[in-house]
Ligand binder design. Structure first.
Ligand SMILES: CC(C)NC(=O)[C@H]1CCC[C@H]1Nc1nc(Nc2ccc(C(=O)N(C)C3CCN(C)CC3)cc2)ncc1C(F)(F)F
Length: 280
């Protein structure tokens, strides 16, 4: 059958797919366009090398996160249909996002309009409300982890590197930009970390740079824990947008604007496309 459900339950092998063009490189291997032969369903096939997974001790995390991701069903969360492996590689069968990587789009546009930003932020808030409802947090919502579907809708596509990158982020030199104070101060944290990261993302959509960016790690760290939030004079951004961001980037995690309140904020109500699709 051509419907997606046939893509899910089977024991898969590479022979079930026609492999198409490479879509790019993920953290642990390449991603290819692929078509499942029986259903003709187009998917993205993410190939991870076991050797690299072992080196970085992420296998158990990958298994747990694949387990979580395969059960999430939301229009703004990239689907994981299944996985299989051979001697050397693990293959993830993922939803293909036809319009590619959001961070490339942001680099190209420098920054987004208030309508486009609000539309994306509202759809991510809805996806996070869904995740939190299932006690799933740590969706690592930075631009690099967001993809754009065929209709222009945003898809959270990190399914688990958040835990991985979160751990490595503490030890690795990767960007701290998205971490809220409680994470950089490594005290325990809850779903409100995602509200902070969504606030950072909203700022970056509107200004083209994250709010606490600094040359040195230590400076970014200090700016985050001090919530050193400044709004540049350019590009011109409405006070409603700044008000929303200021209610999300709050040090005390219990005081951050709850996601369902975000959806009622005037800036979102006045600027976000109800469909979650930004047509430009
Ligand atoms: C979230 C995660 C951190 N990121 C990733 O995994 C990355 C790593 C490599 C690709 C992407 N992974 C995915 N990408 C797509 N779609 C897609 C990507 C790129 C283009 C694109 O612009 N080109 C091909 C262009 C076409 C023009 N030429 C010039 C440059 C490449 C078009 C469509 N769907 C699903 C996935 C997924 F996630 F399921 F694997």
């Amino acid at each position: 059958s051509s419907d997606v459900s046939s893509v899910e339950k089977r024991r898969w092998t590479l022979n079930d797919f026609d492999i198409g063009k490479p879509l790019g490189r993920g953290k642990f291997g390449h991603v290819y366009l692929a078509r499942e032969k029986r259903s003709n369903h187009i998917v993205a096939l993410k190939v991870l090398f076991k050797s690299q997974l072992q080196q970085s001790q992420v296998e158990h995390q990958l298994r747990r996160e694949v387990e979580i991701q395969s059960h999430l069903r939301h229009p703004n969360i990239l689907r994981l249909y299944g996985y299989f492996y051979d001697q050397k590689r693990v293959y993830l069968i993922l939803e293909y996002a036809a319009k590619g990587e959001l961070y490339k789009e942001l680099q190209k546009c420098k920054y987004f309009s208030e309508r486009r930003s609000a539309t994306y932020v509202a759809s991510l808030a809805r996806a996070l409300i869904y995740c939190h409802g299932k006690h799933v947090i740590h969706r690592d919502i930075k631009p690099e982890n967001l993809l754009i579907g065929a209709q222009g809708e945003l898809k959270i596509a990190d399914f688990g590197w958040s835990v991985h990158t979160f751990n490595r982020r503490r030890t690795m030199c990767g960007t701290l930009d998205y971490l809220p104070p409680e994470m950089v101060e490594s005290v325990e944290h809850d779903a409100s970390v995602d509200i902070w990261s969504l606030g950072v993302l909203c700022y970056e959509f509107l200004y083209g740079v994250p709010p606490f960016e600094a040359k040195e790690h230590s400076d970014t760290y200090r700016r985050i824990v001090q919530v050193d939030l400044k709004f540049p004079p350019k590009p011109i951004v409405s006070s409603a947008a700044k008000d929303l961001i200021s209610q999300m980037l709050v040090k005390d995690s219990s005081q951050r604007l709850p996601l369902h309140k975000l959806l009622e904020h005037p800036w979102i109500v006045q600027n976000a496309e109800p469909s979650g699709i930004y047509r430009g």
